[in-house]
Design a protein around this ligand. Structure first.
Ligand code: 3PG
Length: 220
């Protein structure tokens, strides 16, 4: 069995990032959609799924995917507090993504056995995360905070850090990010358009996932 699919194994943030060129950022309003959406993404080749804590149903959706879609690895996004980290771990999430970084959150994720991809947008934030042993980071919000040129500037002083740019990334600019040596994957919501999820257009989601999997993805 592929070790990443063994729920007793703690995944590293790098393993989460290396699995596919894109980590989908998912917003779910209905538990009934969770399993079908997860299966649609897996059918298109995307296994690492970030379900954001932005709706009241998010935890139940994480739980449903963890229980019913063993071919997927479900993670939680918008994890901002120790309580969030504990709740998503209890629900079955195997990794956490956050829009920023605090030491409290880092500790809570370690305690809960979750790998963490924390959001950074400045050199000081990168240095604080590095001090705590985190070297795989989400660059957020990527386009608004400087885009590919910011990552090029960071590749000098932070040559040992790998990034997942997220925020304003789409098929139109993903390849430019993925061509950078300090980018392992990108994150984005474009694989799961709200209208496709609402109408249950799973074939469209699968097609978007398959297209994203065709992006060149350099292993770190
Ligand atoms: C988010 O947290 O909302 C992500 O950055 C997704 O951004 P996107 O919708 O621009 O892909």
């Amino acid at each position: 069995m592929d070790v990443t699919m063994d729920v007793s194994v703690k995944l590293s943030a790098l393993q989460v990032m290396q699995d596919a060129p894109v980590i989908p950022v998912i917003v779910l309003n209905d538990v009934k959609q969770a399993v079908l959406l997860a299966r649609a993404l897996v059918a298109g080749g995307i296994r690492m799924l970030e379900v954001t804590l932005r709706t009241p149903q998010a935890l139940a959706c994480i739980e449903a995917i963890a229980r019913d879609v063993p071919e997927a690895v479900v993670g939680a996004g918008t994890v901002r507090s120790a309580a969030d980290a504990q709740a998503v771990a209890m629900a079955g999430a195997r990794f956490a993504v956050s829009p920023g970084y605090t030491r409290t959150l880092g500790q809570a994720c370690r305690d809960a056995g979750l790998s963490l991809l924390p959001g950074v947008a400045t050199g000081s934030e990168i240095m604080m995360a590095q001090e705590d042993g985190l070297t795989e980071l989400k660059f957020f919000p990527a386009m608004q905070a400087g885009g590919p040129t910011m990552l090029k500037a960071w590749s000098g002083p932070f040559l040992d850090v790998k990034f997942c740019p997220t925020g304003g990334v789409s098929m139109a600019n993903a390849a430019e990010f993925l061509a950078l040596p300090n980018v392992v994957c990108v994150g984005g919501s474009w694989l799961t358009p709200a209208d496709a999820v609402a109408s249950g257009d799973w074939a469209r989601v699968t097609a978007l996932a398959r297209q994203a999997c065709g992006l060149a993805h350099l292993p770190a």
